[in-house]
Design a protein around this ligand. Structure first.
Ligand code: SAM
Length: 450
C-alpha cells in the first residue's frame, strides 16, 4: 500500500486551486483532496516532511459530511472506498463526491480567489456572476470526454494514474468518457509493449481513432496485435515515441487500420483532426467556445484578426469566413502536426495565413513582415497562459479587442493583470464548466483597449 499511515483529524476550511481544500494542523497548512469545505474528516497525510512548507493529505473517513457530499459515481476514484481497500483513488474525477451545483460554486470561489490574489482584481466588478454549465449539458454531466489518454501498467492492462503518483490503477469503463470510447472495451486488448493509449471520438457518425504509443519502430508487434482485436470499423494508428525526434517530442503516426484522423463539424465548419492532434475535450466545448469568441469579437468584413495558440483552427475557420476576402486571419500554432491540420482545414480560405511557431516570436515577426497591425485577437493558450513576452507582442499588435480563452484561472489572473497594466480593460468574464467532476474550468474574457 502506498498511502502513509499518518492519520489525523482536521476541519476543512476554504477550497484551494488544484482540487484541494485547506486544513490546518499545529499551525501547518495541509492541502487536502477529496473533501468539501466545512467537513470534519480524517486524512492520511502524504508529503509530510518535517521541513515542508505545507503538507498534502487525502480524506480517508468523513466524520461530519457536508450537505453537498454525494456518493461518487466511479468506485475507482472514490477516495473513501479506495482507502477502505488500502489503495489510492484514480485521478481524473476528483470532484465526483460533490453535488454538481456545489462543484460549480466551489470553482467560482476559486476563480474569484485566484483573480484577487494573483491579479489584484475583483472579478465581480468585471461581470463575473458564477460558473455556468455549457448549454446542452447532461443532468449528470457524465460521458463528456471525447478524448481519453490511458497508461498501460506493467502487466499490460489499461490503466490510469493516481494523483501525483506513479501508481497505475487498472481501469475499465470511465464514466466521464464518451460512451463510444467505453464501447471499444479497450481493457480487453493485449497491451503489453504499448506505453500509452489515446482515443478520440468525432462529432459525426464515424468510428473513433485510437493511437497506440510504442517505444520502438516496429508496428507489426504489440500495436498490430492490439489493433487486430478492435471492434469492426475502429481506426487505429501507432505512434513511435522517439525523444526529441520532432519539436513536440512525438514521432510519426503510422496507420494500422482505417484512418488516422477524424472529422469534427462545429457551427457549420468541418475540421480534420489527426489522431494525436489537439481538440477540445468536452463534447460541447467547441460550439460553446466558438459562440463566445464570435460574440465577443464581433468580427467585421475586411478586418485583421489573429488566432493565437490556434490548434487545428477551431476559431480560425469562422473568423476567416467573417473577415472575408478583404480581411486577414493569422493563425499561429506551435505543434507541427496540429498546424498541418490547420493548413488543411483552412486551405479554401485564402485570407487565412497559417504560421507554425511559438506565439512569443511568431506574432511580431508575421506582423512586421506583412507591415500590418491587427484589429482583434483570440488567444487560447495552454495551462501556463500567455506570459509577458506574448502579452507584450499582443499589446504591440495594435489589437483593440482581445478574447482570451483560458483553461487555468491562475495564469489567466496573471495575464489579466499585465493586460490591464498595458491599457486594456476587462469588460466581460464568462466561466464555463467544461470539465465537470474535475477541478478544472474554462474562462472566456473580453479585453478592450482603453
Ligand atoms: C488549449 S489548446 C487550443 C487550441 C485551439 N484554440 C482549440 O481550441 O482547438 C493550446 C494550443 O497551443 C499550442 N501551443 C502551446 N504553446 C504554444 C506556443 N508557445 N506558441 C504557439 N502555440 C502553442 C498547443 O500545441 C495547443 O494546440
Amino acid at each position: 500500500m502506498s498511502m502513509q499511515e499518518n492519520i489525523i483529524t482536521v476541519r476543512l476550511e476554504a477550497p484551494a486551486h488544484g482540487g484541494h481544500v485547506v486544513a490546518r494542523h499545529d499551525g501547518r497548512v495541509i492541502f487536502v483532496r477529496h473533501g468539501i469545505p466545512g467537513e470534519l474528516v480524517s486524512i492520511a497525510v502524504r508529503d509530510d516532511a518535517e521541513k515542508a512548507r505545507f503538507w498534502r493529505g487525502d480524506v480517508v473517513e468523513v466524520l461530519e459530511p457536508s450537505e453537498h457530499r454525494v456518493p461518487h459515481f466511479w468506485p475507482l476514484a472514490d477516495a473513501l472506498a479506495s482507502a477502505s481497500r488500502g489503495v489510492l483513488p484514480v485521478g481524473g474525477a476528483e470532484f465526483g463526491h460533490i453535488a454538481l451545483a456545489a462543484q460549480r460554486e466551489i470553482k467560482g470561489q476559486i476563480f474569484l480567489e485566484q483573480m484577487q490574489r494573483l491579479g489584484g482584481i475583483d472579478a465581480t466588478e468585471h461581470g463575473f456572476t458564477g460558473v455556468r454549465a455549457p448549454e446542452g449539458e447532461a443532468a449528470d454531466a457524465l460521458g463528456w470526454r471525447t478524448r481519453m489518454a490511458y497508461a498501460v501498467d506493467s502487466k499490460g492492462r489499461l490503466a490510469m494514474n493516481a494523483f501525483r503518483s506513479d501508481e497505475q490503477i487498472p481501469v475499465k469503463e470511465m464514466p466521464l468518457a464518451h460512451p463510444k470510447i467505453n464501447d471499444l472495451r479497450l481493457w480487453e486488448l493485449p497491451l503489453a509493449g504499448i506505453s500509452r493509449v489515446e482515443v478520440a471520438v468525432g462529432s459525426g457518425a464515424e468510428e473513433p481513432v485510437l493511437v497506440l504509443f510504442i517505444e520502438d519502430g516496429s508496428i507489426a508487434g504489440a500495436a498490430g496485435r492490439a489493433a487486430k482485436r478492435l471492434p469492426e470499423g475502429t481506426n487505429a494508428a501507432a505512434l513511435t515515441q522517439v525523444a526529441g525526434s520532432v519539436a513536440d517530442g512525438r514521432g510519426a503516426l503510422q496507420r494500422l487500420r482505417g484512418r488516422t484522423w477524424l472529422t469534427e463539424t462545429v457551427a457549420g465548419h468541418d475540421y480534420r483532426i489527426t489522431g494525436e492532434g489537439f481538440w477540445q475535450i468536452h463534447r460541447l466545448a467547441p460550439a460553446a467556445l466558438i459562440e463566445r469568441v464570435m460574440a465577443q469579437l464581433e468580427p467585421s468584413y475586411g478586418s485583421r484578426i489573429a488566432d493565437l495558440y490556434a490548434g487545428a483552427g477551431l476559431f480560425s475557420a469562422p473568423l476567416a469566413k467573417a473577415v472575408g476576402d478583404d480581411g486577414m486571419l493569422l493563425s499561429i500554432e506551435g505543434a507541427p502536426g496540429t498546424s498541418k491540420d490547420a493548413l488543411k482545414n483552412l486551405r479554401e480560405l485564402p485570407q487565412a495565413v497559417i504560421s507554425q511557431g511559438r506565439v512569443e516570436k511568431t506574432l511580431s515577426r508575421e506582423l512586421n513582415t506583412r507591415k500590418t497591425k491587427l484589429d482583434s485577437i483570440v488567444l487560447d493558450p495552454p495551462r501556463t497562459g500567455a506570459g509577458k513576452i506574448a502579452v507584450s507582442a499582443m499589446v504591440r499588435s495594435g489589437a483593440k479587442k482581445i478574447s482570451y480563452v483560458s483553461c487555468d484561472p491562475a495564469s489567466f489572473a496573471r495575464d489579466t493583470a499585465d493586460l490591464l497594466a498595458a491599457g486594456f480593460r476587462l469588460s466581460e468574464i464568462d466561466v464555463i464548466d467544461l470539465y465537470p467532476h474535475t477541478h478544472h474550468m474554462e474562462t472566456v474574457g473580453l479585453f478592450i483597449r482603453n
